[in-house]
Design a protein around this ligand. Structure first.
Ligand SMILES: [Zn+2]
Length: 264
């Protein structure tokens, strides 16, 4: 049975983010939560079997990302629907009984937005958002509908037990370059102090407008569109029975960067 916990250390850190709310359209009484199934460290170790169904996941949030049991592709949650980009780049509607070993979702509401009015590569886009928010400790959910070019996405092929470590799987990931694409980028920015729990920095997945392409974003240039941002109060981490929380901030950072395709 999974058990739900709220870690005091994280909650303490996250409440600092109230400082970033100034000037943003925000209802202070509305409770906001990022909900996460398991941890990135557990996924890195090859714990690819989940016990949370997509139906349960979608009850916790309508925007997010993750994967499915066996690591059978990249999951995108958008407008309350789950999509899976498999290792061949096919976009599927997975049954809601499918389980996930790692996913992050939130009930998305736009607190602040930034127009994309000139082409921005991924690094520049990230810095624009960082500068706009001004607080590197905040958890931020991102939704960017728009037009893109030089989009590089990846997915992974389903694994059979005994599962290898994540790095072995991503060493054989499939990558595609989409010269032009319209669609939505969804994801999160997590602070570096949470590196054992989640991908520090930006973790973004893409779904094409006609749900005809997508994947885990390795590179892109946003040509036009609107970046919508949702700031969070709380992280709920639901841990499978055999997974520990670990020490927030203590993680194999170099390994995470390799697994998630980050250059720096
Ligand atoms: Zn991903």
């Amino acid at each position: 049975m999974a058990r739900e916990i709220i870690d005091e250390r994280l909650v303490g850190a996250l409440h600092l983010r109230a400082l970033t709310r100034k000037g943003l359209a925000h209802d202070p009484v509305e409770e906001k939560t990022v909900y996460q199934a398991s941890t990135l460290s557990a996924l890195m170790e090859g714990r690819f079997e989940g016990d949370l169904t997509l139906r349960e996941l979608l009850a916790k949030g309508d925007l997010g990302l993750g994967t499915v049991s066996g690591l059978g592709g990249e999951l995108v949650v958008l407008d309350g629907e789950a999509w899976l980009i498999d290792g061949d780049g096919q976009v599927l509607r997975p049954p809601l009984t499918t389980t996930t070993p790692f996913a992050v979702v939130t009930p998305f509401r736009c607190d602040a937005s930034l127009p994309v009015d000139e082409p921005l590569d991924l690094g520049t886009l990230a810095r624009r958002i960082d500068d706009f928010l001004g607080d590197p400790t905040a958890i931020v959910a991102v939704r960017l509908r728009g037009r893109f070019r030089e989009l590089v996405v990846r997915s992974v092929r389903a694994q059979q037990p005994p599962y290898p470590p994540l790095l072995e799987v991503t060493a054989h990931q499939t990558e595609w370059e989409l010269p032009e694409a319209s669609g939505t980028v969804v994801g999160f920015r997590f602070p570096d102090t949470m590196a054992s729990l989640d991908v520090p920095g930006y973790h973004l997945h893409f779904l094409g407008e006609k749900a005809d392409c997508g994947g885990h974003v390795l590179a892109l240039t946003a040509v036009e569109g609107l970046v919508e941002l949702h700031l969070e109060d709380t992280l709920h981490v639901e841990l499978p029975a055999e997974v520990g929380l670990g020490e927030p901030g203590v993680a194999d950072r170099a390994g995470i960067r390799r697994a998630e395709g980050k250059e720096t």
